[in-house]
Write a protein that binds this ligand. Structure first.
Ligand SMILES: Nc1ncnc2c1ncn2[C@@H]1O[C@H](COP(=O)(O)OP(=O)(O)O)[C@@H](O)[C@H]1O
Ligand SMILES: [Mg+2]
Length: 141
């Protein structure tokens, strides 16, 4: 699946991605700095009704958010691996525990520790078309 979106259509884009994601728990977001990973993850969280403020987890590698689904409070993780060097550091930071926790994990900079991702990770690729438009493509590797 592949489509273009702008900030004006990001809500619809987020809905579309959740529909396409099905039962996927781990979503890995690829794309250069400024591609819109954090912004799109923010939109995904809003779609799920996350109440906590969702920002870029610049200083913490792992951010935990709460949302309600089927009347139950669920947890969702937003991870930014940018500051990590490798798998070893990711393990020490507790990233693997999140990835295999069964909770939804939205991960920026997955290429920092490619070896620790579950087999069924949904990979999302964001590309800059121009200052306001982004291309989104998804693939199971
Ligand atoms: N269609 C779009 N989707 C996402 N971000 C966009 C879009 N158009 C413009 N932007 C801007 O691009 C920047 C993306 O930054 P950010 O989400 O932090 O990127 P990343 O996390 O990939 O480094 C933001 O300033 C955002 O307002
Ligand atoms: Mg970011």
């Amino acid at each position: 699946m592949e489509f273009h979106f702008s900030l004006d259509t990001i809500k619809e884009a987020a809905e579309k991605l959740w529909d396409a994601a099905g039962n996927a728990r781990v979503l890995a977001f690829h794309g250069q700095m400024g591609a819109g990973k954090t912004t799109f993850i923010h939109a995904l969280c809003q779609e799920k009704g996350v109440k906590d403020t969702v920002g870029s987890p610049t200083f913490s590698i792992i951010n935990e958010y709460a949302y309600t689904e089927n009347g139950l409070i669920q947890r969702m993780f937003h991870l930014d691996l940018y500051r990590l060097k490798n798998e070893e550091e990711a393990l020490q930071a507790g990233v693997e525990d999140c990835l295999y926790s069964g909770n939804i994990c939205l991960v920026e900079w997955p290429e920092k520790a490619p070896g620790i991702f579950p087999e069924d990770t949904l990979h999302v690729y964001l590309d800059i078309i121009d200052s306001t438009h982004r291309k989104l493509r998804i693939a199971y590797k």
